[in-house]
Design a protein around this ligand. Structure first.
Ligand SMILES: *[C@@H]1O[C@H](CO)[C@@H](O)[C@H](O)[C@H]1NC(C)=O
Ligand SMILES: *[C@@H]1O[C@H](CO)[C@@H](O)[C@H](O)[C@H]1NC(C)=O
Length: 629
């Protein structure tokens, strides 16, 4: 199935119109589903928010008052927090509590007077449910207490909108593929072009407006032919980049309000944590491809260096502009400006990796001939000075992380602070990484709402794109650079490329398994997006090599998939990234929801907004408009 379009202009319009109407259809269906859902499928008790359920606490004990404490299973080594205090023998229910439904929860019930534990229950509450906790004593023996949880009202299945959305997108994909297949049949194409021939008017209008005349698109069929015969640019890289970018846009827009589309609170991975490192990875791959081709064309290293430096500065400044919006809290003061962010991180990573590449890469020999492929490590060993510097950088990360003494915190602390670690280090969020940022940038210049404040109730500002983590994102980009070296070195030897990608994926997977001891919290270095820990880099690069292998195989080797629709945003990534951030609050990307706590409505809004960015990037691709810096 190919999502490529014929270059005939009327057909192009037809495709656009059908896509637009399909998107409209999606939003209509899902909003009608969501209003139905509000009525019948999920009976959300009023005043409950997303990720919440209702718990009525019933005290059947004759004499005792008790306290109810709770702790999320996600919260590693956390303190219990007070949920409610239940008086004895009041009218039922004695207390109504609102409880978190993201993860299973342990409830602990203690007597108020002596703080002795009566009982403890682990339970997975479902979103928007209505539950009762019954605490009864068996006969008169006060110490023999039973606690149980009863479902008063079964919650609906709140993940249903995701499944519906999934099938709608599958349907759109099939329709578009079918449509583009039909339109590419010669007979249909000729008929359309003859039938509606807007080229003349098109030309007149354009010359009226002062644009250059466009050649007759019907007869030219330009990019098709060129792609089929001379595959210059690797489509798989743009596809992979576009895939990460689109998930990033969707996640940034809210991910339908589902917790698994938001960032993990501390250790571990959610879908949202996957995409930024992939983006960094593929940037590394592109760095190698573009620099090696420019070097081969005879550009001097100094000239390339100035180019790289200028691009990094631009990227940094754009990043600074994008993350410091005004609309939330009124105009920002200079003393509150956040300094690090996604584009800033990309900019610094780009600078370091490109300089590494410019310093040590040799003007590459032509791709090795097939006969010389016996030497296994020829894509690694010749680049040993780069590897040495990467090792030195990584040693620096390890030393700073584990040996820097942070006032008031244990050495090598990797936790979230807050109520984690039994509340011993509430202000140690992020250990050395957080400390360095607060010291160098200042507390007001780092991110104020890290994802750890949801589960771990942290109060310290912490920047997930901080300074120390940049070292590891350099490592990530360097692994991507390795993928680029493989592609260049084994040009047109698909099997070599695929085998090498797979080997790297396994190798990185093994390192990750050792570093994390295959556990979320108990490893030597847990996988952590906020810290950009080294195990996070190895795990995500393992996934990246594997995914790139798949995409490369489908798109560039077998050519059964042309990378649509991800290919288009991948070709215009800076524009889509900056655009989605800047226009986040403008109309078609956000509108007033009838029910702000409905997943279906959030999901519809976020998916429509994301689809519009795909569409915009497609239109720009067609018009050959790319934002390059
Ligand atoms: C929850 O269930 C209880 C017991 O069935 C009922 O009395 C109460 O009204 C329900 N609460 C809501 C908000 O639906
Ligand atoms: C943590 O910081 C807060 C606010 O700055 C302060 O009130 C509190 O005493 C600190 N806690 C510890 C244990 O240092």
């Amino acid at each position: 199935m190919e999502l490529a379009w014929p270059t005939c202009a009327p057909a192009h319009c037809l495709c656009l119109v059908s896509t637009l109407s399909l998107i409209l259809l999606v939003s209509c269906t899902s909003s009608s589903i969501s209003s139905q859902q509000a009525n019948s499928l999920t009976k959300r008790p009023a005043h409950l928010k997303m990720d919440q359920a209702l718990l009525l606490i019933n005290n059947e004990l004759s004499t005792e008052k008790f306290d109810v404490y709770w702790r999320s299973d996600q919260c590693y080594q956390c303190l219990y927090q007070t949920l409610a205090i239940a008086d004895h023998r009041m009218e039922h229910p004695s207390d109504v509590a609102v409880i978190d439904t993201r993860h299973p929860i342990t409830l602990q019930i203690n007597t108020t007077s002596e703080k002795t534990e009566l009982c403890r229950i682990n339970y997975r509450f479902r979103e928007f449910g209505n539950y009762s906790l019954w605490v009864k004593s068996n006969h008169s023996a006060t110490k023999d207490v039973t606690c149980e949880i009863i479902i008063n009202q079964n919650p609906g299945y709140t993940n249903l909108p995701i499944i519906i959305a999934f099938f709608i997108y599958i349907a759109i994909f099939i329709c578009l593929s079918l449509g583009s297949f039909l339109l590419r049949l010669n007979t249909v194409q000729n008929w359309l072009c003859k039938r509606i021939n807007p080229v003349e008017t098109d030309r007149l209008i354009n010359s009226e407006l002062g644009s250059p005349n466009r050649a007759d698109l019907c007869s030219q069929d330009a990019h098709y032919v060129s792609w089929n015969t001379v595959p210059q640019r690797l489509r798989s890289l743009d596809t992979f980049r576009g895939l990460s970018l689109i998930i990033m846009v969707f996640v940034n827009y809210g991910g339908g309000g589902y917790w698994f589309f938001k960032h993990q609170s501390w250790n571990g991975l959610t879908i949202a944590d996957l995409v930024f490192p992939w983006f960094v990875f593929i940037m590394g791959t592109s760095i190698h491809l573009s620099l090696s081709s420019m070097l081969r064309k005879g550009n001097s290293r100094w000239k390339l260096f100035w180019k790289v430096l200028w691009r990094s500065i631009q990227l940094f400044l754009i990043g600074l502009f994008v993350i410091n919006q005004n609309y939330c809290r009124g105009p920002l003061s200079w003393s509150d400006i956040r300094i690090m962010g996604v584009l800033q991180r990309l900019s610094l990573t780009y600078l370091v990796v490109s300089v590494l590449e410019l310093l040590f890469t040799k003007p590459l020999p032509d791709p090795v001939p097939q006969t010389q492929t016996c030497f296994l490590l020829q894509d690694v060993v010749p680049f040993w000075p780069q590897w040495l510097i990467i090792l030195v950088l990584e040693t620096g990360w390890l030393c700073l992380t584990f040996l820097l003494s942070v006032p008031g915190c244990p050495k090598g602390y990797l936790g979230p602070g807050g109520i984690g670690d039994f509340g011993k280090y509430p202000n140690c969020t992020g250990g050395a990484a957080g400390y360095i940022d607060r010291l160098v940038l200042g507390e007001d210049h780092v991110y104020q709402h890290p994802s750890s404040n949801v589960v771990y109730k942290t109060t310290m500002p912490y920047d997930p794109e901080g300074i120390l983590g940049t070292i590891n994102s350099v490592v990530m980009a360097f692994l991507g650079l390795q993928a680029g070296k493989i592609i260049v070195l084994y040009k047109n030897q698909h099997k070599q490329v695929l085998v090498r990608f797979f080997t790297w994926s396994v190798f990185m997977g093994v390192i990750s398994a050792i570093l994390t001891k295959c556990s979320t919290n108990e490893g030597f270095i847990p996988v952590n997006k906020n810290l950009w820990s080294i195990s996070y880099v190895t795990t995500l690069s393992s996934f990246a090599f594997f995914l790139l292998m798949l995409v490369y195989f489908l798109v560039d080797v077998k050519r059964v998939w042309m990378g649509g629709p991800f290919f288009y945003p991948g070709m215009n990534s800076i524009l889509v990234y900056v655009g989605h951030e800047v226009f986040e609050n403008y109309f078609p990307f956000k509108w007033k929801m009838q029910d702000s706590q409905s997943h279906a409505q959030h999901l519809t809004q976020n998916l429509v907004a994301t689809s519009i960015w795909v569409l915009i990037s497609y239109i720009l691709y067609r018009k050959r408009i790319f934002w390059k810096i």
